[in-house]
Design a protein around this ligand. Structure first.
Ligand code: RP5
Length: 166
């Protein structure tokens, strides 16, 4: 849903983060939530980061999902420049498998929060679902859609069977 006025910003430090961050976008698509996806790097395009964060609320965004890997300061720096909720996704890194990303994002000092999700695809997908839950306050249809989604998950698990032990 990238052709309507976006309610959610999905930003990432590099194009290389997209295979992970597209899992957030897929959830937003599934619930029909308009979003935009952008590359905004904290250390390579710091001026763009400031501009993006400062304009986000007036442009109509309700929250920002931010993914980055390594020294992952993008979510924290966005949170420093906007009071919109920032949902941080640690992207797996080559050498430390995203533990560095996780600690960089989750260990925000008191006063400037970033809601931090799991490393990788599950975290990105859950950030998307969390954004839907945030929006459901003002869009009651989304609350119903989330209930349906949870029921479908529940029914899928209840239908699971196990093969005989070998
Ligand atoms: C971070 O550095 C990005 O978020 C990415 O996860 C990581 C590597 O970036 P590239 O070298 O692939 O552009 O800023």
């Amino acid at each position: 849903m990238q052709n309507q006025t976006p309610l959610v910003g999905v930003v990432m430090g590099s194009q290389s983060d997209w295979p992970v961050m597209e899992h957030a976008a897929q959830q937003l698509d599934a619930f029909g939530v308009p979003y935009e996806a952008r590359v905004v790097s904290a250390h390579r395009t710091p001026d763009l980061l400031f501009e993006y964060a400062e304009q986000a609320r007036q442009r109509g965004l309700r929250c920002i999902i931010a993914g980055a890997g390594g020294a992952a300061h993008l979510p924290g720096m966005l949170a420093a420049k906007t009071t919109l909720p920032v949902l941080g996704v640690p992207v797996p890194s080559r050498h430390l498998q995203g533990r560095d990303s996780l600690l960089s994002i989750v260990q925000m000092p008191k006063g400037v929060p970033v809601a931090t999700f799991a490393i990788g695809e599950a975290g990105a997908a859950n950030a998307g679902l969390f954004a839907v839950a945030l929006l459901a306050h003002d869009h009651p249809g989304l609350a119903g859609d989330l209930e349906t989604f949870r029921r479908q998950q529940r029914e899928a698990v209840l239908a699971q069977t196990l093969p005989p032990a070998s």
